[in-house]
Design a protein around this ligand. Structure first.
Ligand code: ZN
Length: 276
């Protein structure tokens, strides 16, 4: 089955991972901008990073038949430095003509601080002005419920933000309903230990349905699994779910969400091969 991993940080993965993902059926990924593991020393570090995402990483993925798309922002961890964040946000429009850019993300909160909220609102302003899709990171563990509530409130208070053009990522059992009821898409992140396992994600699809629901690996340099989406496919099959339902979650839904981006173009693989 062809699948899309809508959240994975390939800058921290090897080309061997690309090959294993391609062998497992991955045909498209989207890579949100995130923390580099260290704080950048200035805005130029972000310009280089955005070039890495839109050029180098896209070409690396293409060698394995994988379409690479990305999201741009300054992540919540570095948003404590508001003046740096504003310089980075001012730079983002330089990249918004690039066909590989899907929108603004992964913005959000980390420790739910005032500065993080300020920078989140600045990103919303940019997204509203430029009509970009939004991908939202929700905080981990103890901060998740409160942070998700804060994020949903900020999104609701801006009447220019269209709920179905926003994905709330890293949802878990206690936050998925909040995000779906607000009209947003949701991403369930499949991590080997923290966040959500493939079995818990399958439970949530059984409980909440598959409308506006996606799964991702959020693979990065930490303990994570770039083949987490195929693990979810395996779990769903082992429970006897129909292929059409599984395909909806791992392929049709991310494609429908991405298709709201005016720059996004998708050629089904069969057509691409017959044209070649
Ligand atoms: Zn991420």
């Amino acid at each position: 089955m062809s699948y899309i991993d809508p959240h994975i940080h390939m800058v921290s993965r090897t080309t061997d991972d690309y090959k294993r993902m391609a062998l497992a059926g991955c045909t498209m990924i989207s890579e949100p901008a995130f923390w580099a593991g260290f704080d950048r020393s200035g805005p130029e570090g972000f310009r280089d990073y955005f070039r890495q995402l839109t050029q180098f990483e896209r070409n690396r993925a293409r060698q394995y038949g994988i379409e690479h798309l990305c999201w741009l922002c300054i992540n919540a961890k570095e948003a404590e430095n508001v003046s740096l964040a504003r310089e980075v946000i001012a730079m983002i429009p330089e990249f918004l003509d690039d066909p590989s850019v899907l929108g603004i993300g992964e913005i959000g909160l980390n420790k739910n601080t005032r500065n993080e909220a300020t920078v989140f609102l600045d990103h919303l302003e940019l997204a509203a002005k430029t009509r970009e899709l939004i991908l939202v990171h929700t905080p981990h563990l103890a901060d998740k419920y409160q942070g998700t509530r804060m994020i949903l409130d900020m999104l609701r208070e801006d009447s220019r933000i269209v709920p179905e053009r926003v994905c709330i990522d890293h949802v878990e059992e206690h936050t998925i309903r909040l995000a779906l009821d607000a009209g947003h898409w949701v991403g369930m992140t499949l991590y080997p230990i923290t966040k959500c396992t493939p079995a818990r994600a399958a439970d949530m699809v059984e409980t909440f349905g598959a409308e506006r629901v996606m799964v991702n690996s959020a693979g990065d340099w930490g303990h994570s699994d770039p083949l987490a989406v195929p693990e979810f496919i395996f779990e769903m099959r082992s429970r006897g779910h129909e292929e059409a339902l599984i395909q909806k979650v791992v392929f049709d839904n991310p494609l429908a969400f991405f298709s709201q981006c005016a720059r996004f173009q998708f050629t089904p693989r069969d057509e691409a091969l017959s044209e070649a």
